[in-house]
Design a protein around this ligand. Structure first.
Ligand code: 13P
Ligand code: SF4
Length: 305
């Protein structure tokens, strides 16, 4: 059986689309309708006319698609693909955090559960966190769960105090200041591009900080020929693949070999084929939670950036 052809056939037969995050295994792109970062994929999930969305990403991403498109069937290829950062805060801990800092708006990173979104005022992704928080016109916000993205926003908005929860991404914290210094020494002509989930000290040393899609766009639009990438390896693989495909002569080096999100790699082409065939691994959300979580995401989507 040619699995790629079979997936394409099933997609057509069932009016399904496949949304793929750029940390997924590269071979999944061949069957995907859209590949990108969390913001781009949630926009696609909100506007598709498909009956089925297969979300090749982690659990909170598929959940966000379901929050936005309740009448569509949303399937996660492999139920083991959770996000370790999203699981660092639950509703109980969020309520405790809020009670320690009362009457301050709660901003939640999209890397969070539906229940946490339902208890928050507005959602952000790594590509719009600075502009969305700026648009609130507040001098203080609470930010959950990623302490490093929150602190990165604060650094960029000097008039806003960002009080952060203590969550983090274990994959991005594998990137150290030492890696940055060594990369500068080893590749003096390269630009270093980092994701804001990295430690703030790492971000301060980068030439550009942005979401996965923003990193890819920056590299595509730059005249530089060599880039060191301080985010998950899937981004590096796609950039090198496209460089060969379009003959751009650009090279991309992963900052260190351990920047791999194991959860993102759980989904395989076989899993995608199986969920399309059987329609198992469907995401379901309690309706009152979903309605509140939807408000939280939609507020973000209406901020014009
Ligand atoms: P993006 O918003 O850049 O896609 O990031 C999602 C993520 O999980 C990064 O670790
Ligand atoms: Fe979550 Fe980190 Fe993996 Fe992104 S890279 S999905 S934040 S564990």
């Amino acid at each position: 059986m040619d699995i790629v052809q079979e997936i394409k056939r099933l997609k057509k037969e069932k009016n399904a689309i496949i949304l793929t995050h750029c940390y997924q295994k590269c071979e999944i792109d061949e069957v995907s309708d859209y590949v990108g970062d969390s913001l781009y994929l949630s926009r696609m999930a909100a506007k598709t006319n498909a009956d089925i969305i297969v979300f090749a990403g982690v659990y909170f991403m598929a959940q966000s698609a379901k929050i936005l498109s309740p009448h569509k069937k949303v399937l996660l290829p492999n139920m083991n693909s959770g996000c370790l950062m999203a699981d660092m805060i639950d509703v109980e801990n969020l309520r405790k955090f809020k009670s320690l800092h009362p009457n301050i708006p709660v901003v939640c990173y999209i890397n969070s559960t539906a229940e946490v979104k339902a208890e928050s005022d507005i959602c952000v992704t790594s590509s719009n966190a600075i502009s969305v928080i700026k648009s609130l016109n507040k001098d203080k916000v609470l930010f959950v769960p990623d302490t490093y993205l929150g602190k990165w926003v604060e650094r960029n908005l000097p008039n806003v105090e960002v009080i952060t929860y203590n969550g983090y991404c274990p994959t991005h914290l594998r990137i150290t200041v030492e890696d940055m210094i060594k990369s500068r020494e080893k590749y003096p002509d390269a630009l270093i591009l980092a994701h804001p989930e990295c430690h703030c000290k790492v971000c301060e040393l980068a030439d550009f900080v942005g979401s996965t899609k923003q990193i890819m766009e920056f590299a595509n639009n730059s005249d530089c020929k060599h880039f060191v990438i301080a985010t998950e390896e899937g981004v590096v693989q796609r950039l090198n693949r496209d460089s060969v495909l379009y003959n751009t002569g650009k090279t991309f080096t992963l900052i260190n070999d351990s920047v791999i999100c194991p959860n993102m790699k759980e989904n395989s082409l076989e899993d995608i084929y199986n969920v399309l065939l059987t329609e198992r691994n469907e995401i379901n959300i309690n309706e009152s939670v979903r309605i509140k979580a939807k408000e939280c995401i939609e507020k973000m989507l209406t901020v014009n950036i």
